[in-house]
Design a binder for this molecule. Structure first.
Ligand code: FES
Length: 56
């Protein structure tokens, strides 16, 4: 069975992992110029958010 984990990183994007391999970093700050992917803009805007993890 495939294991999918969504990790919201502290002050950063949501990392999508499939069977332990990172497959995507999705923006959750709203500032990326390459949505839905994170382009690092969260650092420039000083995005603050807690880390959390969801296992699917
Ligand atoms: S979370 Fe990285 S650009 Fe939005």
């Amino acid at each position: 069975m495939t294991k999918i984990v969504i990790k919201a990183t502290e002050n950063g994007p949501c990392l999508i992992e499939v069977d332990g391999k990172k497959v995507a970093a999705l923006c959750r700050c709203g500032a990326s110029n390459n949505k839905p992917h994170c382009d690092g803009s969260h650092i420039k805007i000083g995005f603050k958010a807690n880390a959390t993890e969801i296992k699917v």
